[in-house]
Design a protein around this ligand. Structure first.
Ligand code: ATP
Ligand code: MG
Length: 446
């Protein structure tokens, strides 16, 4: 609210201090401007003179100002918008059990109020509280004898969390992931109400180095979930029954560390068309995998499932049935705009000269994958380091380093696209590679 309007409202309020509607307008104006006096003006307001929506607003303002007990007098009433604020106020006062009751009431009445972070806080505190008293203790039940350290070895070491912001381009795929798995995960009650089944996974395919693994990691970061990166090669074991046991243990671990994202990289190693596999044991492993996945569909358990492959045509169609990997997404080589943004991301945090021409470089790197661009930036960084050592002072990466690196690095996506084109043309069952064809057509290569 602009200053002049606010000033005249304040003057009017001085003249008629009992005008509740005017007082609310002042509070809203101050609050919108981030002015801490907003809470002071709520002093002379009584809950009875406000609508439920206004009461919820005033309660939130008071809570932010640290006046929790006064906030509680406003956050009172059966309306869900009041109950959700009440949950926050009670949490601030340390009364988690009552806060949880209010939260559940709010979400029951209106599932869009669901808030995973708040709920986790409410539950976490309850657990701690009980552990100190005489009440029931938290017990961890495990029915698997697989060594923890072995499991941790099977999962690749955790990298620092990243989000969609760290992935350049790929807007369509981000939206698809958001819709298909993130939203049902964050608002399960809403989806259940509309009898919409959650579960199932997304299979990403495309040329190497174009961001499949990166996207999977970013999805985990996006929902603050544990990221379990499963390399199928590591699960395969020469002893009969061992691979199945390891796979089961991994799914159990995912269930035990919710929220989590399980990512099956190079899915074809597991899910190769059964006629291609050498012996009966791997087809048993496939059955085990499908059983585990089908189990997730039944109890929506806070585990998101993603997979990636460079050779989708080698994957058993059984994996694509509804409830399994029923969304198959093409992760294309980055277009020009995406390449510019990937370069920006890759250069972030390194010493860089101010005059880098991202757009120009993007224009010269057609066919480059994200990994190729990373290679380019690394090579340029090597040159800058060499120059720094030679001159005994820090020489930032500049356009010249990048251009001379460019002479050395060749794009790697072409070969894959050529192979994919053949599959897309001659064995495009059910239009599963339409996205590839469309991409090739757009680039005059179909
Ligand atoms: N869209 C992108 N935004 C930012 N960086 C990217 C992007 N795509 C690729 N990269 C860079 O390239 C590297 C390799 O990408 P990633 O491992 O995700 O490829 P991939 O599709 O999983 O490849 P592969 O099929 O070989 O497993 C990433 O670590 C990242 O540095
Ligand atoms: Mg990968």
């Amino acid at each position: 609210m602009d200053e002049a309007t606010l000033r005249s409202l304040l003057e009017a309020l001085t003249a008629t201090p009992d005008n509740a509607a005017l007082r609310l307008a002042v509070i809203r104006g101050l609050h919108a401007n981030g002015d801490p006096r907003a809470a002071d003006y709520a002093d002379r307001l009584t809950p009875g003179s406000c609508t439920p929506v206004d009461r919820a607003f005033v309660a939130a303002v008071l809570l932010r100002a640290g006046a929790a007990s006064r906030a509680l007098t406003f956050a009172d009433g059966p309306e869900p918008e009041l109950q959700i604020v009440r949950a926050r106020v009670l949490l601030a006062q340390g009364d988690q059990p009552a806060a949880l009751v209010a939260y559940d009431a709010a979400v029951q009445a209106n599932p869009t109020f669901e808030d995973r972070d708040l709920r986790l806080q409410l539950l976490a505190k309850v657990t701690v509280h009980e552990a100190h008293g005489d009440g029931p203790r938290l017990r961890v039940v495990s029915n698997d004898d697989t060594d923890r350290s072995e499991l941790d070895r099977l999962l690749h070491p955790e990298a620092p969390p990243i989000t969609f912001e760290d992935v350049g381009g790929l807007a369509e795929i981000k939206t698809a992931i958001e819709k298909k798995i993130i939203l049902p995960f964050q608002k399960p009650a809403l989806f259940a109400k509309f009898k919409k089944k959650a579960g199932g996974g997304i299979l990403m395919y495309g040329p190497p180095g174009c961001g499949k693994t990166l996207l999977a990691r970013a999805t985990a970061g996006q929902v603050k979930a544990t990221f379990l990166n499963v390399a199928i090669e590591d699960v395969l074991d020469m002893y009969i029954g061992e691979s199945e046991r390891k796979l089961h243990a991994l799914f159990d671990k995912a269930r035990a560390s919710t929220p989590s994202v399980m990512f099956f990289d190079e899915l074809e190693a597991l899910a190769g068309k059964r006629q291609h596999t050498r012996e009966g044991t791997s087809s048993k492993l496939v059955s085990q995998f499908l059983t585990e996945m089908d189990g997730f569909v039944k109890n929506n358990s806070g585990v998101l499932i993603l997979a990636a492959s460079n050779v989708p045509w080698a994957i058993d169609p059984a994996f694509r049935r509804p409830g399994r990997f029923d969304r198959v997404l093409f992760v294309p080589p980055p277009d020009k705009a995406a390449r510019a943004s990937i370069l920006q991301i890759l250069l972030k945090g390194r010493p860089v000269h101010g005059d880098i021409d991202h757009q120009g470089l993007a224009g010269k790197t057609s066919g480059f994958s994200g990994a190729d661009l990373e290679n380019l930036v690394d090579t340029a960084a090597d040159r800058a380091i060499a120059a720094s050592l030679a001159s005994n002072s820090e020489v930032p990466i500049d356009q010249g380093h990048l251009m001379s690196a460019l002479a050395e690095i060749k794009p790697t996506t072409i070969e894959w696209l050529t192979t994919a084109r053949n599959y897309a043309r001659y064995s495009n069952e059910g239009g599963q590679y339409d996205e590839v064809l469309e991409f090739l057509k757009r680039h005059g290569k179909a």
